[in-house]
Design a protein around this ligand. Structure first.
Ligand SMILES: NC(=O)c1ccc[n+]([C@@H]2O[C@H](COP(=O)([O-])OP(=O)(O)OC[C@H]3O[C@@H](n4cnc5c(N)ncnc54)[C@H](OP(=O)(O)O)[C@@H]3O)[C@@H](O)[C@H]2O)c1
Length: 294
């Protein structure tokens, strides 16, 4: 990782993640200023060379940029919204988890207080921070990201997504949807195969291969979604639903949970009822793109 080690960095919030972030800046050689509501959490960072600021206001003034990583947005406002805290002229990078609307609202709030603001989402656990495995997403003004990219590089693999400050949060949850969906599909198959004495470790390599093959379809399917045209080049949705019926029947027959198979078929059936049976699977984007309240 290539970064400028001269830049002083402030880290506010020294929970499990904030301590990892401050530790990575220290390890990379940055002068690191820290502040936390519970000041004892700074002890081991101070022992490693961090400076504990006496007040949050001092902390904000001391760094060229300030990372804030606290539990949630109410905690962020509680800390930064206090009357005595002067934000004017600071550069704030908010790595607190939250929704896209919270991120956009915080960006407006920051602008009103004369502070530059980037929103971020950490897709990593604390022990990965400081390694390339720590993916950290950023959104907000491009120039601000460009100005601080090399410093942020001390934390891991930093990525810029675009000017809308809500993008980092949206990518974060989109990634989680992918993760849980893949895991649930694998668990469904594992539960079925276990009824025939096949253990999870035996099935895992096969499942991995399927996941890899399906992942390779994504760029082509994305083109269909972006163009709004879904010719059935591999199979028609109505063909898929027959296999879904079989998945439900087999799950019932071997006595495992049928909720996931039934959800798959319910959504596909709706798309067929809307006239999409002869189109390809990604036409389901129309079902995913609607909020259903039933
Ligand atoms: N841990 C992970 O694996 C992970 C992964 C990705 C993203 N994140 C995100 O990173 C953020 C921090 O997570 P964490 O694991 O570090 O949590 P944590 O260990 O529970 O730490 C929470 C931090 O928030 C501070 N805080 C909470 N409420 C506050 C308030 N009202 N006023 C002032 N400070 C307050 C705490 O201060 P005190 O020390 O004084 O209580 C502490 O510094 C969260 O948004 C989380 O979703 C975490």
């Amino acid at each position: 990782m290539n970064h400028n080690t001269e830049t002083p960095v402030t880290v506010i919030g020294l929970g499990l993640m904030g301590q990892a972030l401050a530790g990575a800046f220290l390890k990379a050689g940055h002068p690191t200023i820290v502040w936390n509501r519970t000041s004892s959490k700074a002890d081991h960072l101070v022992a490693q060379g961090a400076r504990l600021a006496p007040t949050i206001g001092d902390a904000l003034k001391a760094g060229s940029l300030t990372i804030i990583c606290v539990t949630d947005y109410p905690a962020l406002y509680e800390l930064l919204g206090a009357n005595e805290v002067e934000l004017e002229g600071t550069m704030l990078i908010n790595l607190t988890s939250g929704s896209s609307s919270q991120a956009r609202e915080a960006a407006r709030w920051a602008e009103q207080r004369g502070t530059r603001y980037l929103d971020g989402a950490i897709m990593a656990i604390p022990s990965a921070i400081g390694t390339a495995d720590a993916v950290i997403l950023h959104s907000g003004p491009q120039a601000d990201f460009a100005a601080h990219e090399s410093t942020l590089g001390a934390l891991g693999t930093v990525t810029y997504l675009g000017a809308d400050p809500g993008l980092a949060s949206l990518y974060d949850v989109a990634g989680l949807a992918m993760m849980w969906s893949i895991l649930n599909a694998w668990l469904q198959g594992t539960a079925m195969l276990r009824t025939a004495g096949v253990d999870a470790a035996t099935y895992a390599p096969f499942a991995r291969q399927i996941a890899t093959v399906v992942a390779e379809w994504l760029p082509g399917y994305a083109e269909q979604i972006d163009s709004g045209s879904f010719p059935a080049e591999i199979s028609a949705l109505e063909t898929d639903t027959r296999a879904m019926e079989h998945l439900i029947e087999e799950s019932e027959a071997v006595g495992v949970n049928t909720e996931l198979p039934k959800l798959l078929k319910t959504m596909a059936d709706r798309a067929i009822a809307a006239g999409h049976g002869k189109e390809q699977y990604p036409v389901l984007i129309e079902e995913f793109g609607k909020l259903r309240k039933d």
